[in-house]
Design a protein around this ligand. Structure first.
Ligand SMILES: Cc1cc2nc3c(=O)[nH]c(=O)nc-3n(C[C@H](O)[C@H](O)[C@H](O)COP(=O)(O)OP(=O)(O)OC[C@H]3O[C@@H](n4cnc5c(N)ncnc54)[C@H](O)[C@@H]3O)c2cc1C
Length: 303
């Protein structure tokens, strides 16, 4: 209930204006690495210094016009240039709606290809995040077309809550894909997604095992300590090769678990978002955990 309310509150314009205006004070910076590239690069440096990799996410979703979508692609290229200049252990993860998917699929496709080509100049990598189910087909089609056009340092994401995902994974295996596996963050109807968390968790573990055994590169992106322990044991017992997997978590979420995974010598990448358009991202993080809402409300109360 609370999750659904928070996810739908993300669309409330009055609330969005209020939260955006007071974001820093309301605690958004626990999950967001600032609004500017310089603020973000400081977080990249400290994350790398703590032995963790970074996946940069420029915050924002649907854009209003073609020029805005192209501008987002150029911003990602600037981020990649900063990574190369500072030799950061960091790549980028982007959303196709941010690159114009809702306006024109070819626009999003050519934008992501331009970013991937740019990343290639410094040997870097680009991942396409997975958004609402309305975009799943387009996202997978664009990922396949990137690979078909020789952009091999690219990857995408599969969401365990969708019934279709086991079949999607199977159909991608020929590509030796680089996949981030997640449980799924959006509100989806029961016709297409498991309504019960237990079913999502079970499907998630199945995807992880299949991908570790038969995929290219597997990013296990979760804060679920039981799934992480299961994966570590699976990797050990099946002798999954180092360098073919990593763990991923979100900046600001379960920092003690992050430190523990890194301390035990497992590759860990933090998804670190930045930029002024952080409101929908922040609301999804609140929806994931009631304690975050308590934290948010107490920040409001403290003024
Ligand atoms: C690196 C990364 C990239 C992602 N990319 C995508 C994507 O492209 N598309 C997509 O749909 N989803 C994405 N997600 C979100 C994902 O789908 C889940 O919504 C999110 O990770 C929460 O699920 P969980 O696997 O952590 O497990 P859960 O079972 O939800 O949580 C496990 C434990 O972690 C705690 N926890 C979870 N979230 C939080 C939080 N925000 N704050 C504090 N504690 C928390 C829970 O309380 C619980 O104890 C991504 C997640 C990560 C880590």
């Amino acid at each position: 209930m609370l999750r659904a309310a928070l996810l739908s509150a993300a669309g409330n314009r009055g609330l969005a204006r209020f939260v955006t205006k007071h974001g820093r004070r309301l605690g958004a910076y626990r999950f967001v690495a600032g609004e500017t590239l310089d603020e973000f690069m400081r977080v990249v440096a400290s994350t790398n210094a703590a032995g963790m990799r970074v996946a940069a996410g420029l915050l924002g979703e649907d854009v209003a016009d073609r020029a805005a979508a192209v501008a987002v692609a150029r911003e990602y290229e600037t981020v990649l240039d900063r990574f190369a200049a500072s030799r950061a252990n960091a790549n980028v993860a982007l959303k196709l709606t941010h690159l114009g998917l809702a306006i024109d699929r070819d626009l999003a496709s050519s934008n992501v290809e331009a970013v991937a080509r740019h990343a290639g100049l410094s040997g870097n990598f680009v991942r396409i995040d997975m958004e609402q189910s309305a975009h799943t087909d387009a996202t997978l089609a664009i990922y396949r077309s990137l690979r078909a056009r020789g952009q091999h340092k690219t990857g995408t994401v599969l969401q365990a809550y969708l019934y279709r995902t086991a079949a999607d994974l199977e159909s991608l295996l020929d590509l030796s894909p680089n996949l981030r596996l997640v449980k799924g963050a959006y509100l989806e109807p029961v016709e297409i997604a498991f309504p019960n968390k237990r079913d999502v968790d079970k499907a998630y573990v199945g995807l992880i095992e299949t991908s570790l055994l038969r995929g290219g590169f597997t990013a296990i992106a979760t804060h679920d300590a039981a799934v992480i322990e299961h994966s570590i044991e699976f990797i050990r017992s099946k002798r999954v090769r180092e360098g073919t997997y990593e763990f991923q978590m979100l900046y600001g979420v379960r920092p003690r678990l992050q430190a523990d995974v890194a301390r035990r010598g497992h590759a860990l990448r933090l998804a670190v978002p930045f930029g002024s358009q952080w409101y929908p991202y922040f609301m999804r993080r609140l929806a994931e955990r009631p304690a975050n809402v308590a934290f948010f409300l107490s920040s409001m109360w403290r003024g």
